[in-house]
Write a new protein. Structure first.
Length: 345
């Protein structure tokens, strides 16, 4: 069962490594989230945008009146358009592009409630997906189900991985059963099999355990999984539980997973005493490159080596990520790919 029009056209969400037309981002605007690090957050967003722009165009959404600031901070490869937003996590508030058998594009616009109404207001973020699609001229399919893009990872061949911690949280879709959530994902995104990991990161309080911090597809049948080697950390048992599910699962094609483990936990103390951790698994796959958050930590090198082995045909680029991690995310969280049209799935 897939997203089907009245004419019988079916759609499926492509994997992140499918060719992109551009990358979508949002300029930081919720100052209360960033506190003393607001200026540094903008600098990190600009660094991510410029790194991705080496591989593909970037469209930066800025609040009206903030476009010039974003243009001045970013390089020439970043286009800025002013549209009203409440926050700057376009992975979650932005659209999910789907392709039909001929490569024609449409988009699924799931509901957005600011991670269980955790940050207010969010009325502009609840409609930014539809406004972006209008700007890009892409057909929109609406869904009443609440879903953030960071809560899923797909292989483009019918398999989707998510976490029970997030999708089954009562602050998302309290009126839907697990079976109803599965049915909506399958109908809208062309999914035939869903793998439920138990957990996201222990300290992922903002998103209730998004999968893109703990497990990410790198190609069909192959995933990068966050693991934890320190029994003293609260994620030790959680990541072990996720790993057990992955080892015992098969994908939509019946394949067992090749699992590339990412054991690094780069805990860092910021100047105000806040402890934070860059999630290396929260990377963005661009056309020909992989942009990875790093923490100016001794563990950065080991993580980049894992990713270089995972993506031997792409350039691995590290960008500063401590402040975005302070805000609750990473490179993947602040980006959303717009797949190219004309690519047959």
């Amino acid at each position: 069962m897939t997203q089907t029009t009245d004419e019988g056209t079916t759609y499926r969400m492509p994997a992140e490594w499918a060719p992109h037309e551009r990358c979508l981002m949002g300029w930081p605007t919720r100052e209360s989230l960033w506190g003393p690090y607001f200026a540094e957050a903008k600098a990190e967003y600009a660094a991510v945008a410029d790194a991705i722009a080496r591989f593909e165009p970037v469209l930066m959404i800025a609040n009206p009146g903030q476009g010039d600031e974003a243009r001045a901070a970013c390089g020439d490869g970043v286009e800025v358009v002013e549209l009203g937003i409440d926050d700057s996590w376009l992975r979650d508030s932005g659209p999910l592009i789907v392709l039909d058998e001929k490569g024609n594009r449409a988009a699924v616009d799931f509901g957005f409630n600011s991670w269980g109404e955790r940050f207010l207001p969010y009325d502009q973020d609840a409609t930014i997906s539809a406004r972006v699609l209008e700007t890009l001229g892409i057909e929109r399919f609406g869904s009443d189900m609440i879903l953030e893009g960071g809560s899923i990872t797909v292989d483009g061949e019918g398999t989707l991985i998510t976490t029970e911690q997030c999708l089954l949280h009562p602050n998302r879709n309290p009126g839907m059963t697990k079976e109803q959530i599965e049915a909506e994902l399958k109908a809208r995104l062309g999914i035939t099999k869903i793998i439920w990991l138990p957990y996201g990161h222990f300290d992922d309080a903002h998103t209730d355990g998004h999968v893109d911090g703990v497990c990410t597809y790198v190609r069909p049948g192959v995933v990068i999984a966050q693991t934890c080697e320190d029994p003293a950390l609260p994620d030790f048992e959680r990541m072990a539980a996720n790993l057990k599910v992955l080892r015992e699962s098969t994908d939509a094609a019946g394949r067992s997973f090749e699992i590339l483990e990412l054991p690094q936990f780069p805990i860092k103390t910021l100047p105000d005493g806040t402890e934070t951790m860059v999630a290396y698994a929260n990377f963005y796959v661009a056309n020909g490159g992989v942009v990875v958050p790093i923490g100016e930590h001794e563990l950065d090198g080991g993580a980049l080596e894992v990713l270089a082995k995972a993506f031997p045909d792409r350039e691995i680029v590290g960008v500063p990520g401590n402040i975005v991690a302070y805000g609750g995310g990473g490179v993947h969280c602040i980006t959303q790919q717009i797949p190219a049209a004309g690519v047959t799935r």
